[in-house]
Design a protein around this ligand. Structure first.
Ligand SMILES: Cc1cc2nc3c(=O)[nH]c(=O)nc-3n(C[C@H](O)[C@H](O)[C@H](O)COP(=O)(O)O)c2cc1C
Length: 351
């Protein structure tokens, strides 16, 4: 019988348990993407709180392309020594840490008039209305270089790996969609072509960080929207990435989680379970993981290896230690004692 507290090897990463802090944008980096003391304090608490692996909030890879304020940056070599403080701290506290890297694209309302935003095709974003510039081949090459350079910096800064953000409607995730990607060249049209940008980004990262470094990806199992990626397409892409040597896959999805009721706990479990049957790379399940008992059951009835949470750690950074000490009740918000840090009561941030 498998336990959520098993030691687990995620390629080069020896983790003390199967719990992951999913990427969580804290809105606390400074204007240039550098860490603040408040931000460092959050990572200190979460890593002391017993989680095996932390995935940082998304970090922007090009100085001119920042989809949200207060984000971490990784767009220049200055960040290498800067992040040493963070990676040393997390390692001292007994956890491992992966940097999530992103190119935002048109899914943003942040400073859109001041900057050039790249997209697969020049179509208006369904929610923001932003129309990006369709990337030409040299811009695609530059995008791949941004991802690869960011990964090399992460490695030099002591991160245990990188996670490519391929989920939640940002540029890479848009490349699969037949609405956001209407290209007629090698990057558009067939599913094989629409998968190309992501597989090329992965390959460029891999080429630059080497075979021994952990490279993960976060993917929607489905966008659950018209013209978005569906489950079959996600599986196709993940099988390709698996063959190319991806080290772990975090399975998320496009449902509006804040609108779902509690009984939708571990909402993408079925999809992640099917994916885990079809690929070699370890699968991390994210999305409304809340109770220990449910995760334990999923662990023992599927091939899913790890469980990732965002809001429970905002509410209670020490959650894993509490569970480890035998109190297996769901996380309670440290602000109001009732919600799960889901902002129902304004309890979104750790105090
Ligand atoms: C405040 C907040 C910030 C988030 N920031 C990121 C992010 O930077 N990158 C990312 O991939 N997902 C981000 N997410 C999504 C989470 O990683 C996770 O997929 C989602 O919240 C579902 O997990 P949960 O139900 O445990 O919160 C964020 C979620 C929240 C609540």
């Amino acid at each position: 019988m498998k336990s959520l507290f098993d030691n687990i090897n995620l390629k080069n990463l020896n983790l003390k348990n199967r719990f992951v802090r999913s990427a969580t944008w804290e809105k606390l980096a400074d204007d240039n993407g550098f860490m603040t003391d408040k931000l460092l304090n959050i990572y200190d608490r979460v890593s002391k709180g017993g989680v095996g692996l932390i995935i940082t909030s998304y970090a922007y890879i090009s100085e001119t392309e920042k989809p949200n304020k207060g984000m971490l940056g990784i767009y220049s070599d200055t960040f290498i020594s800067h992040y040493k403080k963070l990676t040393d701290l997390v390692h001292k506290n007994g956890s491992k840490i992966i940097l999530q890297i992103v190119y935002g694209g048109s899914q943003t309302k942040y400073n859109t008039s001041d900057r050039l935003i790249w997209g697969m095709s020049s179509v208006p974003h369904k929610k923001t209305g932003v129309i990006p510039k369709e990337m030409n081949q040299s811009e695609i090459n530059l995008l791949k270089k941004y991802f690869a350079d960011a990964s090399v910096r992460a490695k030099k800064a002591g991160f245990d790996g990188v996670q490519i953000h391929g989920a939640h409607g940002y540029l890479l995730s848009q490349s699969l969609s037949t609405y956001y990607n209407q290209r007629k060249d090698l990057y558009g049209g067939s599913l094989e072509n629409r998968s190309r940008l992501i597989t090329e980004v992965y390959s460029e990262v891999r080429k630059n960080v080497g075979d021994d470094y952990h490279v993960s990806i976060k993917i929607n199992c489905s966008d659950f929207e018209e013209y978005g990626t569906d489950f079959e397409q996600s599986v196709y892409l993940l099988q390709k990435l698996d063959k190319l040597g991806i080290d772990s896959v975090e399975v998320s999805g496009g449902k509006k989680l804040s609108q779902l009721k509690e009984h939708m706990e571990s909402v993408y479990a079925w999809y992640a379970g099917e994916i885990a049957k079809k690929i070699k790379a370890p699968v991390i399940l994210v999305g409304l993981n809340r109770s220990y008992a449910t995760m334990d059951k999923i662990l023992n009835t599927t091939d899913i290896d790890l469980f990732s949470m965002a809001r429970p750690f905002l509410a209670e950074p020490e959650l894993i230690n509490r569970w480890g000490n035998g109190d297996l009740s769901n996380s309670k918000c440290i602000s109001c004692g009732k919600c799960y840090g889901e902002n129902e009561n304004g309890c979104i941030m750790v105090k």
